[in-house]
Design a protein around this ligand. Sequence first.
Ligand code: ADP
Ligand code: MG
Length: 332
Amino acid sequence: EEPDEDFSEQAELSDYKLLNKIGEGAFSRVFRATPQRDTSKAFLTRNFSEVAVKVISKKHLTSQKDSKSKATSKEQVLKEVAIHKAVSSSKNIVTFVDFQETQNYYFIVQELLAGGEIFGEIVRLTYFSEDLSRHVIKQLALAVKDMHSQGIVHRDIKPENLLFERIEHIPSSQPKLRKSDDPKTKQDEGVFRPGVGGGGIGVVKLADFGLSKQIYSTNTKTPCGTVGYTAPEVVKDERYSMQVDMWGIGCVLYTVLCGFPPFYDERVDVLTEKISRGEYTFLRPWWDEISDGAKYAVRKLLEVDPEKRYDIDEFLADPWLNQYDCLRQQTL
Ligand code: ADP
Ligand code: MG
């Protein structure tokens, strides 16, 4: 992919040379870039040889008052940066490197995760084995744990916002994951054959804090704002709002295990209705070979009542999530 037609981003950006475009979101374009040795924060503080630069054009920004508009606002960009900085030290969160505001752009410089989106791996492999699913979801859960313990909710957990580093698998220690007579085993070969398709999934990190929100203050662990006069539904709302990430983890877990999402309909109103009732099934034949332990974890995450739904500590203690992880053993 070529950089922008006129490439005016590069003219305004200091210390980094933009290379190819590697991603795109609703309001942003993301480029692979190289830090300049002498001046860039990436090189001085981290020794990164490559970075990812998220470019947000001010042209598409609106004032926050224009809340019905789909466009993002300056306040939102600054909030995204503040939250990204706050959670950046987590092992399973994309490291924040640098931020620049210029006349026409915001630039958020981050560690590059060269593997790209987990979404792309689902497309490539059709679906993941249970071991590979566990390997990915465990790291997602650790990222969410680090956010929630700081009172921050991500609110946009999906395979597009989960990035990874590729590793080569050690061929001799590859487990056989599904019955060899299953036509679906093709994809497992894809996962484990070293050197084919560029290897497997190593470190997984959560990205994109564009919708993230601070719910509890970091020091006091109490809700933001004055507590004494707060209505019970507001207190509950704040407690439950962390649970949206658990639903998101449930959707990602379901999707990696079978290759399609738990809720889908082309008509948005029908889809919304299905979600609000929690209407999903373990569709045959795709779910036939998936273990009861994995299904139990999905059920506890895709629980409509946020109070009954797994919270992050409960999920981290889930038996299926804590089964022996042969992939993690080799890679981390
Ligand atoms: P948006 O808020 O517009 O969704 P994201 O931060 O999610 O923007 O970035 C859009 C896409 O760019 C991601 O889905 C991913 O494909 C790619 N991307 C973003 N950050 C990185 C990164 N650090 N390393 C590699 N790819 C990235
Ligand atoms: Mg995104």
